[in-house]
Ligand binder design. Structure first.
Ligand SMILES: Nc1ncnc2c1ncn2[C@@H]1O[C@H](COP(=O)(O)OP(=O)(O)OP(=O)(O)O)[C@@H](O)[C@H]1O
Ligand SMILES: [Mg+2]
Length: 339
């Protein structure tokens, strides 16, 4: 199994991404980072358990992993909200513990709402954030207006954030990071609660920001999001690295994994059980379409597809390579969290 290979030889897959600006130092450097939470009467949690990685300037870096993997904790350490228990992290060249204020001036963060922000209006949220980052008055007003326009917030400008729906609150948070030009942006599950149109617009804005040289670090549970956005991906589980690389490198990890989609006129009753018996990584039926991913030889996959197709009238067949989701499932299989 892949995850075992990685357990014994962590970091075997190196990123293929090179810094956009040649030899310049990375935007983030993390060495043997550890964060332990002590719990009364229970064993401590090693939320981050010896992570080392660096993030190239101007890249979009995705931190992925199942629930409880340590993504938010890692982000909280990098953004100076939590002190690490061990190891080191430098952001924009500054140590997150020794030079926390220098780090804060250079980052914009979407992690969680601060209670104080909820009491401010949408407009004041944007203005006070811009002020903290030293924007001049006229720039501040103009930026706030344009950001509210882009995020569909104009008609809510005068409302207190606490009175907005969850999706709109998220918009305000993400809008803030676009008020300023900090070299680094951190986003924890930015798309939660966003409708698809807005999500698309935000993804475009993030790409634009990265092209302009900003470094973006994001976590997400939506793998297609990472697949579309990230130049470089770190998959963690239980606070440790499971895999690291760009999408191409990660997909190589799951070589031999095929995604099959078969659409019948009417789904023959036995095909689902037939696929399930082969131990697929995933299987799903929607209407008369059967989709599954499976690790096998190409020839066996094609034979299987032929066999299944012979069970009924097939309207459409697709066989493709693995998606990031397949890689993820493959890496996590057997890695059940026992905490
Ligand atoms: N303040 C805390 N006190 C005790 N344990 C904590 C604390 N914060 C996080 N943990 C634990 O640390 C581990 C990692 O949590 P973290 O929130 O970083 O995971 P995550 O990858 O962000 O998960 P999710 O996908 O659910 O957001 C979990 O086991 C969690 O219960
Ligand atoms: Mg989290």
């Amino acid at each position: 199994m892949l995850h075992r290979e990685f357990g014994e030889n962590r970091g075997a897959v190196r990123t293929a991404v090179t810094p956009a600006s040649g030899m310049s130092s990375p935007a983030i450097e993390v060495e043997h980072l550890v964060k332990v939470f002590e719990r009364r009467g229970r064993p401590p949690v090693r939320a981050v358990d010896g992570l080392s990685f660096s993030v190239a300037k101007g890249s979009i870096f995705g931190l992925l992993g199942p629930n409880g993997a340590g993504k938010t904790t890692t982000l909280r350490v990098l953004t100076t909200l939590t002190r690490p228990t061990g190891g080191r992290a430098r952001v924009a060249g500054y140590d997150v513990v020794a030079s926390a204020l220098d780090v804060r001036r250079r980052i914009a963060v979407v992690i969680q709402e601060h209670a104080a922000d909820l009491l401010l209006t949408v407009r004041d949220n944007l203005l006070s954030f811009g002020r903290f980052h030293g924007l001049a008055r006229d720039v501040l007003r103009a930026r706030a207006a344009s950001v509210m326009e882009r995020f569909g917030l104009v008609e809510h400008a005068g409302r207190k954030v606490q009175d907005l729906s969850g999706g709109f609150r998220r918009r305000v948070q993400v809008a803030k990071v676009l008020m300023v030009d900090t070299p680094l942006v951190f986003l924890d599950e930015f798309s939660t609660g966003m409708d698809p149109l807005l999500k698309r617009a935000v993804m475009d804005l993030l790409r634009e920001a990265s092209r302009a040289g900003r470094t973006i670090v994001l976590t997400t549970q939506v793998l297609t999001e990472a697949e579309e956005l990230c130049d470089d991906i770190l998959i963690i589980n239980r606070g440790r690295q499971v895999a690291r690389g760009d999408l191409h490198a990660l997909k190589l990890l799951s070589e031999g994994v095929y995604e099959v989609s078969l659409t019948f006129d009417a789904l023959p009753p036995e095909v689902e059980a037939e696929v399930a018996a082969l131990g697929p990584l995933r299987v799903r039926t929607t209407g008369s379409t059967l989709q599954f991913s499976i690790k096998a030889d190409e020839r066996d996959v094609l034979a299987l597809v032929n066999r299944l197709a012979a069970r009924g009238h097939v309207r459409r067949v697709e066989v493709g390579g693995a998606s990031l989701e397949d890689v993820f499932v493959e890496l996590m299989s057997g890695g059940e969290d026992t905490r």
